[in-house]
Design a protein. Structure first.
Length: 146
């Protein structure tokens, strides 16, 4: 009788350890995918940052700001409040992210960075296909798309 219950306990322990090992493996694979995605985003950001630095250097070196520098479209306008020319351009990071840069360039070619940030360019699509409770009917649920 003692040998049978010990065998069952051993089998149960082995099964538990196997399940925990598989869960740990799954979590590790998910963490690796997350880290790889983050590393790719950081690398792409720094490539875009380098391109933005080059575009800014070209803008500061030019007497008149051209409409396109190194394949990047540059928009300029005069700002009367800052008494400076504002140069704005976007350097692509990925399909859905850009590095947005706005620089104020004074008459003595001194410049001030107004904006240097990562912005999302992907289209945001709201999913309203779920039935949610609005609280105004007897059944308790109403479709938002009705």
């Amino acid at each position: 009788m003692g040998v049978g219950s010990a065998s069952i306990m051993l089998i149960f322990a082995v099964l538990c350890l196997t399940v925990f090992a598989l869960i740990s493996l799954s979590v590790a694979e998910n963490d690796k995918m997350l880290v790889d995605t983050e590393a790719k985003l950081v690398t792409e950001y720094y490539f875009a940052d380098e391109l933005a630095e080059r575009v800014l250097a070209e803008i500061l070196a030019a007497d008149v700001v051209p409409g396109e520098i190194l394949g990047v479209s540059v928009d300029t306008r005069w700002d009367w409040d800052l008494t400076a020319e504002i140069a704005a351009f976007n350097c692509p990071i990925s399909d859905v992210k850009d590095l947005s840069v706005r620089v104020a360039i004074g008459e003595d070619m001194a410049y001030s960075i107004l904006e240097w940030k990562m912005v999302s360019t992907g289209e945001w699509i709201i999913d309203d296909s779920l039935n949610v409770w609005i609280g105004d009917d007897d059944t308790g649920f109403d479709a938002l798309n009705d």
